[in-house]
Design a binder for this molecule. Sequence first.
Ligand SMILES: NC(=O)C1=CN([C@@H]2O[C@H](COP(=O)(O)OP(=O)(O)OC[C@H]3O[C@@H](n4cnc5c(N)ncnc54)[C@H](O)[C@@H]3O)[C@@H](O)[C@H]2O)C=CC1
Ligand SMILES: CC(C)CC(=O)C(=O)O
Ligand SMILES: [Mg+2]
Length: 355
Amino acid sequence: MKIAIFPGDGIGPEVIAEAKRVLEALSLPQLSLFEGDVGGIAYRRHGMPLPQETLEMARAADAALFGAVGDPACDELPREHRPEQAILSLRSELGLFANLRPAAGYPGLEDMSSLKPEVARGIDLLVVRELNGDVYFGEKGERAGEGGREGWDAMSYNETEVRRIAHIGFQAAQKRRKRLTSVDKANVLETSRIWRETVIEVAREYPDVQLDHMYVDNAAMQMVRSPGQFDVILTGNLFGDILSDQASACVGSIGLLASASLGERRTEFGTFGLYEPIHGSAPDIAGEGKANPVAAILSLAMLLRHSLGRESDAGRIERAVAQVVASDVRGADLGGTASTGEIGDAVLGALAAVS
Ligand SMILES: NC(=O)C1=CN([C@@H]2O[C@H](COP(=O)(O)OP(=O)(O)OC[C@H]3O[C@@H](n4cnc5c(N)ncnc54)[C@H](O)[C@@H]3O)[C@@H](O)[C@H]2O)C=CC1
Ligand SMILES: CC(C)CC(=O)C(=O)O
Ligand SMILES: [Mg+2]
């Protein structure tokens, strides 16, 4: 089993260090770890945010664990040299089109939700976000306009792209509560009109799943009004990015939400994937030991489940994390004082006790 580890920038290395401790505690047989540079650190060391050797490392691995990229000192660089290009290129070069972002409440944590506890209770949703298309990957540029310099970004989805992510969404719903909400802006965008028509077509293959459609502005409102109504949210790259950050605050903290980015490459043990917290490099707290490592640890659990076929280890990690999150070991993001390392210690302690 080969795992490529890409800690990246800011709090990336801090949270990945805790996930690595959890991985080591599992003592998996025949495990090889490889570490590569991504983001701002890679730009400094190699002159580019995604060096070829890092990409090759990912291609040769059964799974990749990713921290975060982003560095304010690099914000003025040309776009192709900016740290964020590393994660965008990994997603596109590796064909990782399906981004799964589960958001579920923890009993005992409702008081930390941005919502009233009675509204927060019952959040159990999965954002299925398309990850290789949309405005993030469309042509973009700058031109002179009558109003001065004009930036433009092309948004598009074709039927093939929508179909393949829709299948992932419907299949995920079949394993959950069999409800799928497709989120778009079909009242305004042609991209969304094709999205909606294609989702309706794919839905015919899944008669057991109840499909509804929601405009993204309403979805954002419903997410804070009654998030418990959602099971699977199927949406595009941009809307999924925004709604999943929003869902994290409904649960309690962005430091809690993990993600899996999957494509079609099969490995000996499952499907190749890249796993990362949904948060970024958090430069405002980097280096202070304040980052919550739970999202990174839960990303490791997803890696074990989807790419290494180790469901029981994934479940153990998730149970250990649930115990810690419900305890008084809380970081600053959840109103406590525990450091990144202390939260990692608590997860390791709980892991030793759960079966
Ligand atoms: N996949 C990736 O690598 C991503 C990278 N970014 C990049 O990260 C940099 C910072 O972006 P922001 O918009 O500030 O988003 P961010 O997610 O890094 O931080 C947003 C807020 O949440 C807090 N936060 C994030 N993770 C946390 C954790 N584990 N524990 C406790 N608090 C946490 C931060 O302190 C900050 O106040 C930018 O350069 C951005 O482009 C942003 C999102 C994803
Ligand atoms: C950093 C961006 C490229 C994307 C992002 O915010 C995300 O995937 O959550
Ligand atoms: Mg994001």
